[in-house]
Design a protein around this ligand. Structure first.
Ligand SMILES: *[C@@H]1O[C@H](CO)[C@@H](O)[C@H](O)[C@H]1NC(C)=O
Ligand SMILES: *[C@@H]1O[C@H](CO)[C@@H](O)[C@H](O)[C@H]1NC(C)=O
Ligand SMILES: *[C@@H]1O[C@H](CO)[C@@H](O)[C@H](O)[C@H]1NC(C)=O
Ligand SMILES: *[C@@H]1O[C@H](CO)[C@@H](O)[C@H](O)[C@H]1NC(C)=O
Ligand SMILES: *[C@@H]1O[C@H](CO)[C@@H](O)[C@H](O)[C@H]1NC(C)=O
Ligand SMILES: *[C@@H]1O[C@H](CO)[C@@H](O)[C@H](O)[C@H]1NC(C)=O
Ligand SMILES: *[C@@H]1O[C@H](CO)[C@@H](O)[C@H](O)[C@H]1NC(C)=O
Ligand SMILES: *[C@@H]1O[C@H](CO)[C@@H](O)[C@H](O)[C@H]1NC(C)=O
Ligand SMILES: *[C@@H]1O[C@H](CO)[C@@H](O)[C@H](O)[C@H]1NC(C)=O
Ligand SMILES: *[C@@H]1O[C@H](CO)[C@@H](O)[C@H](O)[C@H]1NC(C)=O
Length: 640
């Protein structure tokens, strides 16, 4: 169970050792923590970076070229910079109208200052509104997160509803100056860096050649809990250069791609564009090669029986390149793409390590199906064997971080199978406790534990639906996928079917013709029309509550548990008695009837066949937290 933590700390310690000479720096700017999407709620962090040091300085922004901003001149006019400054900073030809390949990351130097109110570090630009622009679309799309809707609202007189095309809006761009502590530690500049998918604080720190702690401090972060499309302030000792902006997520031990990966001999100015293209291509190539290399890593390790882990060497990368050259298969790139994102934060295991940890996948170690219990130097873990492309599950699990979601700590690919290594949940799956009659020590889940489990699962789903970007939908929640740790706290697992939706663009739902899931937990709009939305998790969660209450299975023969609750709660008289009959007999009336009734009502709303009538997960969590806190006050001896 401690494995994942150990891995995490090992990674941090590893980074610190690489940079052991670096000084710690004072906490500086507060990270937006994904609050920039909640335009109606300004917070200190979303309004701007606090003006807490010198009143002005040179600082840097990052911007990704995207139509129509693909020349130094157009980008300069958007960000109130000059084409010359952008050309110089990015080693471009100097031609203001030079076409920059799309999605190239660029450095934009600006003079950052505590202007206006004097509260925030910012650099002013302006923007003339186009049709349908909103403060949010400007902040998130046009300005790529360099400003926030909260800051735009605070610094403009026009209300959100009064925005019309042609208005000239002032745009405060986020920047910052080093604090005295950062200056003492040798930092001279801060760059406002936009986090991309798959990046971590560690990978970003490595990319800029600074220590992880200084980046964490600069953003008042204590862990790797970051979101895509949010700005991270990275302290720098030297001016940034474009090689640092070629995103390459790599494993922690090997150094970042060497500058020699980029041609340096021909220094003519007319080759600059080519230089950028080559840089991007080589950078992306390295990532793919590294992915392939890791893909074959444990397989090869199995054959060569080397005593200890060795660093990636150039010759091995070359081998990887050959493999890459001989394989141009589409499906390859899909799974490798997934592994690429995962590589930075996961342990890659050798197959023998897994064999040793599971007693050669012995029957005794089998938990259920293809899931085995493993022990790595005394730390328990669960290993799941899977076939096919599992990059989806890996990618989702490396991005999310919640105590009530099972943590993935590593993986291994061998003989076409992928083995995922997870944190271990001592008490197995919830369905075993609720529906199995034979329990070794005949203990059963009591009322308080059941309410806590419901709360934990709701907390996890609320996180997936409201605190990840993009929004995640589990799609296959059931009592078999709810695992219990040694304290009977719940952890949601099995993200094999999970997927993401962008709620802004797609109205929060998607359609599919490929309906798969667990019978008894799938809502009608999904089984009938293939509608995928967060409300399908709400439905499944309602079924799990009903299981917790009744101890019955989600489906018995053809009867869905979800369909039975409306009968129970129907009609005034006898309702209490009906609930008593519905409740799990094993609880033996050791529960407060009033709360059981509230919970049953919540479940009924969750399993409503009209998905608009189902509450959102945030509301479910609020209701459950009330039920839970009342449960904590409840004394079993009072009830009889
Ligand atoms: C950072 O600054 C604070 C005061 O602002 C000081 O107490 C602290 O010692 C400094 N830390 C370092 C490492 O310089
Ligand atoms: C926001 O900033 C103001 C002024 O600096 C400060 O008084 C307040 O405590 C801050 N609020 C939070 C939540 O940090
Ligand atoms: C920043 O200010 C200096 C002097 O105040 C000026 O020379 C330089 O052009 C400015 N840079 C930008 C990007 O505006
Ligand atoms: C930036 O804009 C703010 C508000 O629009 C204004 O108060 C401030 O004076 C401006 N700063 C500079 C340096 O122009
Ligand atoms: C652009 O930046 C200059 C300083 O470099 C500032 O004086 C000017 O007000 C800014 N333009 C806008 C539209 O804020
Ligand atoms: C603006 O929004 C309206 C309504 O949503 C849409 O019909 C129109 O095409 C949009 N215009 C542009 C230029 O995107
Ligand atoms: C914000 O912008 C990013 C990058 O363009 C985009 O992928 C994301 O969907 C946007 N978020 C919202 C909520 O529109
Ligand atoms: C929006 O426009 C209306 C009419 O033009 C005006 O009365 C109102 O004050 C404006 N609201 C804001 C917040 O600017
Ligand atoms: C918008 O306003 C700024 C000053 O706030 C000015 O510098 C800029 O030229 C204006 N843009 C247009 C297109 O009028
Ligand atoms: C870019 O910056 C890094 C670290 O600041 C430095 O090691 C590297 O040599 C620079 N590369 C170029 C091409 O200037």
């Amino acid at each position: 169970m401690e494995i994942s933590n150990n891995v995490f700390y090992a990674a941090i310690v590893g980074f610190l050792l690489l940079n052991f000479h670096a000084l710690f720096s004072e906490a500086q700017q507060e990270y937006t923590n994904n609050k920039q999407s909640d335009c109606g709620n300004p917070t200190n962090a979303t309004l701007g970076n606090a003006c807490n040091s010198v009143s002005s300085c040179l600082s840097y922004l990052t911007f990704r070229s995207i139509s129509p901003y693909t020349t130094p001149a157009t980008i300069a006019s958007l960000l109130n910079s000059t084409a010359a400054a952008i050309s110089t900073a990015n080693d471009l030809s100097g031609d203001a109208d030079e076409a920059i390949p799309v999605t190239t990351n660029l450095i934009v130097p600006v003079n950052c200052s505590c202007s206006g109110s004097g509260l925030y570090y910012q650099y002013n630009s302006s923007y003339v509104l186009k049709t349908n622009d909103t403060y949010f679309s400007m902040a998130n799309s046009t300005f790529q997160g360099l400003t926030t809707c909260q800051a735009l609202i605070a610094q403009n007189t026009y209300g959100e509803r009064n925005l019309t095309s042609g208005l000239n809006v002032s745009v405060p761009l986020r920047c910052a100056c080093p604090t005295s502590n950062q200056t003492q530690a040798g930092f001279k500049y801060l760059i406002t860096y936009m986090i991309s998918q798959g990046e971590s604080v560690g990978s970003i720190a490595q990319q800029f050649g600074v220590d992880v702690q200084s980046v964490l401090d600069a953003n008042k972060l204590s862990g790797n809990n970051i979101f895509f499309f949010t700005p991270l302030m990275v302290p720098l000792k030297q001016e940034p250069n474009k090689t640092q902006l070629v995103i390459t997520t790599t494993t922690p031990p090997p150094p970042p791609p060497p500058p020699s990966a980029v041609p340096s001999g021909d220094g003519d100015s007319d080759s600059s564009t080519k230089w950028v293209i080559v840089g991007v291509v080589v950078g992306a190539g390295l990532v793919v090669i590294l992915g392939i290399f890791l893909f074959f890593y444990c397989r090869r390790r199995r054959q060569s029986q080397l005593p200890e882990a060795k660093k990636v060497s150039v010759s091995e990368i070359d081998t990887g390149k050959n493999l890459f050259d001989s394989s141009t298969n589409e499906s390859w790139s899909v799974s490798l793409d997934g592994l690429r994102d995962a590589v930075a934060s996961l342990t890659v295991y050798k197959f023998e390590e897994l064999q040793k940890a599971t007693n050669f996948f012995s029957e005794k170690n089998r938990i259920k199906g293809s899931v085995y219990r493993a022990s790595f130097k005394g730390d328990d873990a669960a290993i799941k064997e899977l076939q096919g492309d599992v990059s989806g599950e890996i990618n989702i699990l490396v991005q999310i971080n919640h105590t009530n979601i099972i943590r993935l700590s590593g993986f291994c690919v061998s003989k076409g199978n992928t083995y995922l290594v997870y944190e271990f949940a001592q008490n197995g799956s919830l369905d075993n406790w609720l529906h199995s009659t034979k329990h070794e020590n005949s203990i059963t889940l009591n009322w308080k534990q059941r309410v806590q489990i419901a709360y934990d699962v709701a907390d996890a789903l609320n996180y997936l639906h409201n605190y990840t970007n993009p929004v995640h939908i589990h799609k296959n929640l059931n009592s078999g996928n709810v695992l219990l740790d040694s304290n009977f706290r719940a952890k949601v697992s099995n993200f094999g079917l999970a997927r993401t939706v962008n709620d802004e663009e797609e109205g929060g739902f998607q359609l599919t013709r490929h309906v798969i899931g667990t019978r008894g937990y799938m809502p009608p709009e999904y089984t009938e029309n293939g509608v995928i939305s967060p409300k399908m998790d709400v439905f499944a969660f309602g079924v799990v509550i009903l299981e917790l209450l009744s101890g019955r299975e989600a489906i018995a023969g053809e009867v869905m548990l979800a369909a039975s609750i409306s009968d129970v709660l129907e009609g005034k008289d006898g309702e209490r008695e009906k609930i008593r009959v519905f409740m799990d007999p094993i609880l033996d009336s050791e529960y407060p009837l009033v709360l059981a009734h509230s919970l049953a009502q919540l479940a009924k709303r969750c399993v409503s066949s009209d998905y608009n009538s189902r509450p959102a997960m945030s509301e479910v969590l609020t209701t459950l937290s009330k039920i839970q806190s009342t449960t904590l006050d409840w004394d079993p001896s009072e009830e009889s």
